[in-house]
Design a protein around this ligand. Sequence first.
Ligand code: SAH
Length: 416
Amino acid sequence: MTSAVSRDGWTVRIDAAKVPPMAARDLLDLSLAELEEWCEQHGQPRYRAAQIATWVFRNGVRDAGAMANVPRPLRDEIGGELRIGSATLDHVSRSHDGTRKLLFRLADGATIESVLIPDGARLTLCVSTQVGCGMGCGFCATATLGFTRHLSRGEIVDQYLQARALVAADNADERRPGGGATRGVADADGDGDGDGVDGGDVETGGDATAERITNLVFMGMGEPLHNYDGTVGAIETLTSPWGAGVSPRRITVSTVGLVPEMQRLLAETHVHLAVSLTAVDQDLRRELMPVSRKYSVAELLAACRALPLPRRKRITFEYVMLAGVNDSPAHARALCRALAGIRCKVNLIPFNPFPGSPYGRSDDVTVARFQDVVRRAGIHATVRESRGPDIAAACGQLVAEHRAGTADAAAEGQGA
Ligand code: SAH
């Protein structure tokens, strides 16, 4: 169906086929309780919900037809009423250092990115929580997009499921003679092609050399605590025994410092908290991170000091190092004074420049000197290595083109 709108003598045709159809309910958006309710509404015992959830979240199945222990009529009803995942893996960029950037297209055409970062025995998945971001940090590429919308619980969970399937597919590739990181996205998209098993933990469990995702960080596009419900819902699915079964100790949520939501997060989940501090001088932080107008440095740090941290748990403070702005030994000393009495560690992130950014990256000597000052004050301090620079996958560089139709071009331009 086509409707025509006349504007200034021009006729603009709106092709109804290009408007996304009314989205079916996504099974990935449901909690176990909601899935149980759905089963009951369909005349089925509640325990079916756990069976279905195991297929989807443990085994990575995206086709109800493959749920062998679920009665056929129920499989058909699931297939007819619920979709299982709505994100399509559009493109995978591979860095020389093993970092992989995954570009997803969502049902409404928006695009987001996730990043897989290998580091020794670890493989960390960095997920996005919003399309764009509204926090406006002056040193972040995602901020230049502005805020479009929150991701749903299922859209966050789906990034994990599809990344896990990609890792399993890469493992299978490695095992094949002459295999390597040569897979095209057509093989890697895990988009429910009907084969029923995507692999994941089930497939790779017995192979000591196989890679598997060991850590999950909410540090991609968006502010996780602005999308509180989506983030905490996704954490529930990811960490529950009925869900993906990831230990919350292996999950870190990073925030600009939305104080009430930080307090809620620690009360309602067992994940780690990282706070992006970057400056302790209120005037400077206001300039770099507009959120400081709402929650001042003093208020933020007072809240951190009062957080009910379980024993042995520490808050991570991230500190983006901007040349000549916040990277002097005096800034380091001020940071140490500000953090006194907070059980914490500091993660220094040398600024990753992006086109049009007004800041420069602190050089290695400056970073090392800063780190030294912090360490001498008795605070654990690490420097985050920049990963996947050849595919623009590093911290704060994620700028997936979120207008429909241009994502491919954007991704191609950044390919490894
Ligand atoms: N909104 C959340 C999570 C996303 S950003 C937050 O701000 O914490 C993840 C981390 O990358 C944050 O610590 C952020 O300060 C940092 N970051 C943003 N832009 C960056 C850049 N260009 N270079 C280095 N780090 C950056």
